[in-house]
Structures are given as C-alpha cells and as structure tokens.
Design a protein around this ligand. Structure first.
Ligand SMILES: [Zn+2]
Length: 359
C-alpha cells in the first residue's frame, strides 16, 4: 500500500515502485508504452477536465494500443494499491480541480551513441571495433542488443580498434571476392552446435596446443603429427586432414566449385539463383569443420576412431538418412530430392524407392 499522502501522492512513481505494485507495468513493452504516453506518475492517471480518472480507452490510445484491456488493468492495480484515504484524496482533488500534479514532463528525450574520438592506435583495415557503425538511438527505446554492443565496444575500444575482425585476415589474406561470410555460417540446414563451431573457428576461438600449453600441461604439438599446433595447423595443414580435403575437393567439383582454404574457412555466400546448392555446400563445410574439431578432442581424450574423414562421412550419411526417412514417412520425397539430391553427388534414390549413399 502506498504510504505517501497529500500532494506528493500525485507525483508518486507508477513504474518500478516497490510500494505501488503495478504488476502489468513489469512487462517491458507496457512500461515503454506508458513512458511514451507520458503516464509515469499517479497524477498522470487523472483527467481534471472530466473530473474523473482518465478513460481507459484514451489511455490505451496514448499508449499506442488498440484495445483498452491493458490500460484497464493499470487502473485496477493502481486503485487496489491505494489506501481508502489516498483514494478519497484523489477524488477530492478531481472534484475541486486542484492540486494538480507538478508540471514536470516525462523523462527527457535522451539519445545514446558512441562519442567520436581519435584513437592513438592505427585502426586495422578490417577492424573488430564496430563503434564507427553505431548511430545514436533514443535511450528510452534502445534495443538491449544495441546497448550491449555499445558498452562492450566502448569499454574495449582501444583493444578492438587495432584488431582485425578475424585472425584469419592475417593467416589467409582475403583474395578478391573471398571474404568472411558471417551470414553463411548458420542456415536452415546447419544445426546450431555445428554452426557454432564454424563461428568459433572463424573467430579463432577454438583451442590449439600453442594456446593451451600456456596454462595446462598439454604439449604444444599436434597430437597427430607432432608439429607445433597452431590454428592453421589444426584446421588446414595437418597431414591427417588431407584425405578429408581430397574428398571435399571431389564433392565440390560437382558443384563447379574449387575447394580452397579460403572457401573452407570463409564459406560460400548464399546467392539467390544457386541458393539450394550454396546452403548444401555450406552444410558440408560446416560438418567437415565439426569432424576435425571432434576427432581432435577424441584424440586428446585417448579415444578410438579419430579419423576425421570417416567422422565426416558418417555425419553426412546419418543426416541424409534421417532426412530421407522423415520424407518417406511424411510422403514428401519429391521435396527431399529437390533439396538434397543435387546432381546425385551424395546419394541417389533407386526407382524402388530405397536410398543409395554414394560418398
Ligand atoms: Zn597435425
């Protein structure tokens, strides 16, 4: 119950007020629309011209709502939280037309954005800092993600500005038309955990011996070939990867693509006319990265079966088999063939309707 009495009651806050529990205003969107309607104090709910509480429909319109339900609940909950004496006080103020709430307007129209400033560091041509892209936005309606990015990039501005957006910029200088395709890492075909591994790899955020050896007793050499284990060694250069890369080279030739380290790490842009092929190629690349990642982990855990080629094949097989069984059981084999059976590279469906895997 509200303990405020007298004229101060008119200025009592409606939002985030532990004494005045307006449950409905706990919702972010309701809170936001009340702020935009400039109804933030108990006094703002009164209509002195009518000598009554504000009409719920009028309030709903000011809040940008088509129905008065939420506005009605605001009134119900506010009235329920007031003591009988407080309610009587407000009714008297309405019938006498005074006192009115102090005419402080709603919150100021603040905007938030990065401050332009000169940095001592020379910015990297592909800087990881995104401050220069952020435009000021209204503070009251700034999306959570914007505030997060702004805070993070402001706190670490000096570090980020001289860093490239991915470590691979230095390891694999982008050739013409070959640049990191962040948007291709996830798609309707790529399962989230598989996309995450590609994303981490593109950021260089995957473990390597060279990194781990700084604070663990793990040696800094590759568990397969005993050469110093750098990021490029784990995902591109190790001898154990070459059979997998040959397999990918063969598969991609059917898509008229040349397999290269750039394509493997940076992935393929998704273009309208070749969309279904592009999605499938990106899925295969993502599964190959996952195979390398998982078999390395298995080796470190001294498990058997660390062949990344076999791991890749079996993950492609199980994916296609699952899609095939699903399509067969839902009578949608045509859609399945359209999506997956491109040039019969990976498999074919025999006239009798059984699946024949070809890789
Ligand atoms: Zn190796």
């Amino acid at each position: 119950m509200v303990v405020t009495v007298g004229a101060d009651l008119l200025a009592e806050r409606l939002l985030h007020n532990p004494q005045l529990r307006v449950q409905v205003a706990k919702s972010r969107s309701v809170c936001q629309s009340l702020v935009l309607a400039e109804v933030t104090r108990v006094g703002d709910l009164l209509d002195y011209d009518r000598g009554d509480w504000l009409d719920p429909l009028t309030l709903a319109q000011r809040m940008g709502l088509s129905r008065p339900r939420t506005a009605r609940r605001v009134f119900q909950q506010v009235k329920a939280a007031l003591t009988p004496a407080a309610r009587a006080y407000l009714n008297r103020a309405l019938s006498e037309g005074a006192p009115r709430p102090p005419s402080t307007p709603g919150p100021l129209d603040l905007s938030i954005g990065p401050l332009p400033r000169r940095s001592k560091q020379t910015p990297h041509p592909f800087t990881a800092s995104r401050l220069h892209e952020l435009q000021p936005v209204s503070f009251q309606i700034a999306p959570r993600k914007y505030l997060y990015t702004l805070t993070l990039h402001t706190l670490h501005a000096h570090t980020l500005v001289s860093h490239p957006d991915t470590k691979w910029r230095d390891l694999l200088p982008p050739l013409e038309g070959e640049q990191p395709r962040w948007a291709s890492l996830y798609s309707t075909l790529v399962p989230r955990p598989v996309g995450d591994i590609s994303w981490r790899l593109l950021h260089g955020a995957v473990s390597t011996g060279v990194f781990l050896t700084r604070f663990t007793p793990i040696p800094d050499t590759c568990p397969f070939c005993n050469v110093r284990e750098t990021l490029a060694r784990v995902y591109l250069e190790c001898a154990r990867l070459q059979p997998l890369f040959r397999l990918l080279t063969n598969i991609l030739l059917h898509f008229w693509l040349h397999f290269s380290p750039h394509l493997f790490i940076y992935t393929l842009p998704i273009r309208g006319p070749t969309k279904s092929w592009d999605l499938l190629v990106n899925l295969l690349l993502a599964l190959a990265k996952t195979a390398i990642y998982k078999t390395r982990e298995r080796r470190l855990a001294h498990e058997m079966s660390c062949d990344c080629g076999a791991f890749f094949r079996s993950s492609v097989h199980s994916r296609i088999r699952a899609e095939f069984l699903w399509a067969a059981s839902t009578d949608s084999l045509d859609a399945f063939k359209e999506r997956w059976e491109l040039s019969e590279v990976l498999f074919s469906v025999t006239p009798s309707g059984s699946l024949h895997l070809t890789i």
